[in-house]
Design a binder for this molecule. Structure first.
Ligand SMILES: *Cc1c(COP(=O)(O)O)cnc(C)c1O
Length: 379
């Protein structure tokens, strides 16, 4: 059996370090924020080339607080993409602002800067490009439009720890960056966690207050805040894992390169690393019009796959009130029908990538044979 992600394999490799980190927190009895979180913030800021990093309780709370720090609220519009995890749009909704959706570039599956310009209105306040699958959106083009119109750019880097755009780190490109440490992410906690990066001391102090009840010091609440603190156990675990992240990212990139090479002549549409990008392959998604069949056939061969994501946000029942229709974001809708995420994790072996690739090759051959039959029958 080849799992889609193999968290036990990761844990086996670093068990001793994790045990020590957890024991340290238990003995300190400092269970939330505290020195482990403060040190992790410093180390992650350094890793991202950001001046500031604020640990929070999830990627979703990171997005929520980044938007609040940017002063986004009712009456404002925030632009993002429909082809993302629902949290991006939910966080906009939490602030009372209106999510405005624009389509993706069909090659990178990230926000299309050309679609962005057309969606601007006098109420637009912020843009959230999503670095989907671990590859940055085309940030120079997006930032140029944002600067021209005085808009704030918040990176959804929840899948992009360590990703680069023209040599610069995800999270250091926009005004604020948001990360998730959900267990399955490239850097995952033993539970929930998230973080906001920024170069601005003002944003830093606002997010820092908002995550802990808006207090500038104990019981002195100057803002209406939240309980969005990062737990000390997570901070300690994340410090351990951050030390391994570059090695894990290189291992993911090597696994992606093996898939690329093995499937190069298959006729299957493979993910493409943009010229500007260092892709960190949170997800390695191929595309096929026979997805349901391929997923079932791979499952029957013991190969687990994922779909990220089967529905674009504008076609989800929860967001029908945004008023969008099917057909409005054709690249997002097509991607949602075709993407299939192959097993991808740092510990993936050469035997495993070879087995996955040969199963995909076989399916590709069968599918093109059956397509040829249909064409023959029609003719
Ligand atoms: C995981 C994820 C989030 C939300 O992060 P949580 O930690 O699960 O709240 C937001 N956006 C994207 C693109 C994600 O992948």
């Amino acid at each position: 059996m080849i799992p889609f992600v193999d968290l036990p394999a990761q844990h086996r490799a670093i068990r001793g370090e994790i045990d020590d980190a957890i024991r340290g927190v238990l003995e300190s009895c400092q269970f939330t924020l505290g020195s482990e979180v403060a040190k992790f913030e410093e180390e992650f800021a350094d890793y991202c080339d950001s001046r500031f990093a604020i640990g929070v309780s999830s990627g979703t709370s990171a997005l929520h607080l980044a938007l609040l720090a940017a002063n986004v609220g009712p009456g404002d519009e925030v632009i993002t993409v429909p082809f993302t995890f629902v949290a991006t749009v939910a966080a906009i909704h939490y602030t009372g602002a209106t999510p405005v959706l624009v389509d993706i570039d069909p090659c990178t599956c990230t926000l299309d800067p050309e679609a962005l310009e057309a969606a601007l209105t006098p109420r637009t306040r912020a843009i959230i490009p999503v670095h989907l699958y671990g590859q940055c959106a085309d940030m120079d083009a997006i930032l140029a439009i944002a600067r021209r119109h005085g808009l704030i750019v918040i990176e959804d880097a929840c899948q992009a720890h360590g990703a680069q755009y023209k040599g610069r780190r995800a999270g250091s490109l926009g005004d604020l960056g948001c990360f998730s440490f959900y267990p399955g992410k490239n850097l995952g906690a033993c539970g929930e966690g998230g973080l906001v990066t920024t170069q601005s001391a003002d944003y830093d102090s606002t997010v820092r207050m908002l995550r802990d009840w808006g207090a500038e010091r104990k019981y002195r609440h100057v803002l209406k805040g939240y309980n969005y603190r990062l737990e000390a156990l997570q901070g300690a675990v994340l410090r351990v894992k951050l030390r391994h992240l570059e090695d894990w990212t290189e291992a993911r990139r090597a696994a992606a390169a093996r898939y690329d090479a093995l499937l190069a002549d298959s006729g299957v549409r493979l993910p493409r690393e943009a010229g500007y990008a260092r892709h960190v392959y949170h997800i390695y998604a191929i595309r096929t019009s026979m997805r349901a069949l391929w997923k079932a056939e791979l499952q029957a061969r013991g190969i687990h796959t994922g779909i990220h994501y089967p529905f674009p946000v504008h076609l989800l029942p929860a967001y029908s009130d945004l008023g969008y229709r099917a057909g409005q974001f054709p690249h997002s809708e097509r991607a949602a029908q075709e993407v299939l995420s192959l097993p991808m994790f740092a510990e993936l072996t050469e035997e495993q990538t070879a087995a996955v690739a040969s199963a995909v090759l076989e399916l590709a051959r069968q599918s093109s044979a059956s397509r040829a039959c249909e064409l023959g029958a029609a003719g």
